[in-house]
Write a protein that binds this ligand. Structure first.
Ligand code: ATP
Length: 248
């Protein structure tokens, strides 16, 4: 089996004249938690949407588990889950109805889904509101339901944009543990985040993108050695300094 679950080769994506992702080559290994960092506007969400098949690259190749994202989109999407930074739920459904809708879409057997939902409800403390309409949920409550929905079909690959924003500290801990558990069982988590402490705590490897280009990739220890810096904040600031910052 291919050790890399995500393979990007020379991927480029522009919006009109704006080059958002510039010749990005990246490999993410099966069973790792990969943190994708970068300043605002660096190209993280664009890359994530390309991986999720929601955007088409202008150039280059994207493969998930060896399958071409643009050619085998359906097969690729059935093995992965994508969670955007803005949680989307149907306001007029209850959380449980929303999860049922997702279950049917991914053809998860009812009994399996029931058990998984019970576990998520307990882990993410959703029991008290799963039967209320989603329109009454706070941002964090929606995020938990969306995360449970993404994991309902037990995807090989979870691609998640800013997973921790808006979650309370206890839930952050639970989600971190959930990611670690998934990685231990051979599944992969690819997440973008601005929270460097989270990347430092859970990521097996870290990639930093700046102005559409991958400026570094490696374990935290490798990044520390390469940049001769001990903190991820210093490493991040050093690698993402605008040319004008270097002259200051
Ligand atoms: P942030 O951390 O702020 O969420 P990001 O790293 O996710 O940023 P992207 O959203 O991928 O960055 O944006 C990369 C670049 O592409 C930015 O310059 C942004 O202005 C531009 N961009 C993104 N989406 C569009 C769009 N729909 N139309 C035009 N330009 C876009």
């Amino acid at each position: 089996m291919n050790v890399n679950i995500i393979e990007l080769q020379e991927v480029m994506k522009s919006y009109g004249a704006k080059l958002a992702v510039d010749r990005l080559s990246l490999e993410v290994r099966r069973g790792e938690i990969f943190a994708f960092l970068g300043p605002n506007g660096a190209g993280k969400t664009t890359t994530i949407k390309l991986i999720a098949g929601l955007l088409q690259a202008d150039h280059g190749q994207l493969r998930i588990s060896g399958q071409d994202v643009s050619r085998d989109g359906l097969a690729v999407r059935s093995r992965m889950a994508y969670v955007p930074d803005q949680p989307f739920v149907y306001e007029k459904l209850t959380g449980r109805e929303f999860l049922e809708f997702v279950r049917e879409m991914y053809r998860v057997p009812a009994e399996v889904a029931r058990e998984r939902i019970a576990v998520f409800a307990r882990q993410l403390d959703m029991g008290s509101y799963l039967d209320q309409l989603c329109e009454s949920y706070s941002h964090g409550m929606k995020q938990k339901v969306v995360l449970a929905a993404a994991l309902l079909h037990d995807p090989e690959l979870l691609v998640i944009d800013e997973p921790m924003v808006g979650l309370d500290p206890r839930t952050v801990r639970v989600v971190k543990n959930l990611f670690v558990e998934r990685a231990r069982s051979g599944r992969t988590v690819f997440m973008s985040t601005h929270t460097l402490a989270i990347a430092e705590a859970v990521a097996d490897r870290i990639g930093i993108i700046h102005q559409g280009r991958l400026v570094t990739v490696g374990t935290f220890a490798e990044l520390q050695a390469m940049q001769m810096q001990s903190s991820l904040e210093e490493i991040f600031l050093q690698l993402t300094a605008e040319p004008r910052d270097e002259q200051i």
